[in-house]
Write a protein of this length. Structure first.
Length: 125
């Protein structure tokens, strides 16, 4: 008989989420889907299914390679999951990372001299 693993437990075990309660909450909010349909935290997953996880600002896609029910180190987790996120989504994440310095928090005051130089360099390119 093949092992049966809940999606929230698997997402936690392969380190997509830090805690199982975060994985459960993401499923409840509709951030996790299989086959373009949102799944409940109790959904049993199977090998070779593609799980889509919406983490702002992108949607990451993972292929289930193996079923794990206990959390493991990141090196071991690679045996149970394959990241198949499209390159376009990764480019969006990279752009977001590069633009993060431009969005200043309210109340942080004026830009420093270094911030001003970075802004000038960005717009003069």
């Amino acid at each position: 008989m093949e092992k049966e693993i809940r999606i929230d437990k698997w997402l936690w075990a392969v380190r997509v989420y830090k805690t199982r309660s975060q994985a459960t909450e993401a499923c409840r909010k509709g951030h996790v889907s299989i086959g373009a349909l949102p799944v409940k935290p109790s959904r049993i997953i199977k090998e070779n299914e593609i799980v889509e996880v919406r983490k702002t600002p992108i949607v990451r896609s993972y292929r289930v390679v193996g079923l794990a029910e206990k959390r493991m180190s990141a090196k071991l987790a690679e045996k149970y999951i394959t990241d198949i996120t499209p390159p376009e989504q990764l480019e969006i994440m990279e752009m977001q990372k590069n633009m993060s310095w431009f969005n200043r928090q309210k109340g942080t005051g004026r830009p420093t001299k270094k911030d001003r130089r970075e802004i000038d360099d960005f717009f003069n390119v």
